[in-house]
Ligand binder design. Sequence first.
Ligand SMILES: [Zn+2]
Length: 287
Amino acid sequence: MSDKFSAQIIVLTLFIILGMVLAGCADAAVSPTSLPQTVTFTLPLTPTPTPQPTHTPTPTATVTPLPKTQLCSPLEGVALAELPQILSNPFQPPRPGYDDGHHGADFAYYRFKDRTGIAGLPIHSVMDGRVAAVSDLRLPYGYLIIIETPLEALPPQWLTQIQLPQAEPTVPPAPAMTCPEPPAIQYDSSRRSLYLLYAHMQESPGLQVGQTVKCGQPIGLVGTTGESVQEHLHLETRIGPSGIQFNESMGFYGSQRNDSEAGLYCLWRVSGLFQMMNPLDLLTIQP
Ligand SMILES: [Zn+2]
């Protein structure tokens, strides 16, 4: 009997403790009314100050803008404005994918001011840039140099004067043209550059791929190497993805060239990776 009483006492005590625990839990728990009260009173009474715009420019220290280039005549002693007077063969765009037309502009003279004959006249870089290709004696270009200038280095007012060709999908070469695979080359397709090719030079330029050149810097001498019947400067202007460097010569005709040199020629001339423009459109802008 006393055991039964004890058990009742224990059960009763447990109920009391359970009741106290539940009451404590209820106090600790978030009641449905306490949360809105806290929120609605706190916010209006202590308003958070509105952050003031600081107008601090976002740091862009990682991007260094390129210095803008100047424009220089490609021929010593001939002013930019005088170049149309000595144009001996104008630019004639080819059919897409074909290797016809005239991809550049030729400059030559027998007599200009007090100078007789253009042979050996120093050729100057038209802009600041970096050597993208140097070629040994190959057909059709003879000794050549290609110099790259990123479009970001062009003064903005130039871009409003010249109609830059748009990047276009690669055009397969005409079937009659047997183009070997070019060697693998790397480039940055997010940026575009002007590539200027100077051809038929008298001798190999004493410059290496990757070297920087300044506007007006001598880069070679007028000659008649390659497929050429008289001394002249053949100048080509193309736009293409930035960073391209040819580490081999470029040639297509004749027996000296190998397959990768012919592949580079096709890449330059007919692949569509580069878009050509009339060199005079660049040379006659008002800087
Ligand atoms: Zn030409």
